[in-house]
Ligand binder design. Structure first.
Ligand SMILES: [Zn+2]
Length: 262
């Protein structure tokens, strides 16, 4: 029987029957793998921790007629501190949902894998897991080819005067202050320099430095609003898990309530 040895993160875990699991594993070279893990929910199972949601493990997987079954697994890291902090756990669950919407089965997406690896570490250790979450979801969009325009006007192509720019969710990018451009992007809202810089950083920074960011409360709130609206528009769905975090509830709406006058 052919088999595969692969390292990966458990992104989704679905209980099946009395003691089994189906897991989605994010790998660098084989994309997303869906595999069964028999008996994995038994307390004495060797697969219990290694197939738990968010775990990073080395897997040995048997392949039979297109079905993948985990034969053995060696846990590398369980990310237990995520499981012990409800806010961090909600952020990780939200990002897993976004990631699953961004990945294609069996298509290698090594950049998404490496982004996920840095993101999991940051979610465990950074003071502001919500900021990590919003940076990560924008970068996921960029890695699958849905980055917003952030260096020039998305309508006319002219370079932006940084102190005076707007952002249009519908037009997917920054808009200059020329009246012709503004009339074609009627949903555009003022973008502060701080939010624009954080947006650019999220889209282009090396993964090793992407979460080295601190924001003041206003920029943070506006950045979250922009990120939430952009993700929802691009993926054509509402992501609701983060609504459980009261911190976000106000900021998500604030973006739309801002005046677009300059
Ligand atoms: Zn323009």
């Amino acid at each position: 029987m052919p088999y595969l040895k692969v390292k990966g993160f458990v992104i989704r875990e679905v209980p099946v029957g009395d003691a089994d699991r189906i897991v989605d594993i994010l790998t660098a070279d084989h994309g997303l793998i869906t595999a069964s893990a028999r008996g994995a929910r038994r307390t004495r199972s060797a697969l219990l921790m290694s197939t738990q949601i968010f775990s990073l493990s080395n897997f040995e997987i048997f392949i039979n007629k297109g079905h993948y079954r985990i034969n053995s697994a060696e846990l590398i890291e369980a990310f237990l501190s995520l499981h012990q902090d409800i806010d961090r756990l909600i952020c990780a669950a939200h990002l897993a949902e976004v990631l699953l919407d961004c990945t294609r089965d069996a298509m290698a997406q090594p950049e998404l894998y490496h982004l996920w690896a840095y993101t999991m570490q940051a979610l465990q250790t950074q003071d502001d897991p919500l900021l990590v979450t919003h940076i990560a979801q924008l970068r996921m969009m960029a890695e699958i080819g849905f980055a917003p325009q952030a260096n020039a006007c998305v309508i006319c192509g002219n370079e932006l005067l940084q102190e005076k720019s707007l952002f249009s969710i519908r037009s997917c990018g920054t808009v200059c202050t020329a009246s012709a451009c503004r009339s074609l992007a009627i949903d555009a809202r003022i973008l502060s320099t701080g939010v624009l810089e954080c947006l650019k950083h999220s889209l282009t920074a090396p993964f090793s430095r992407i979460y080295n960011v601190r924001l003041g409360p206003t920029v943070r709130s506006d950045f979250f609003g922009l990120s939430t609206a952009y993700l929802s528009h691009q993926m054509e769905k509402a992501y609701t898990r983060l609504n459980m975090l009261t911190d976000l509830q106000a900021s998500g709406q604030a973006w739309f309530q801002k005046s677009n006058r300059i």
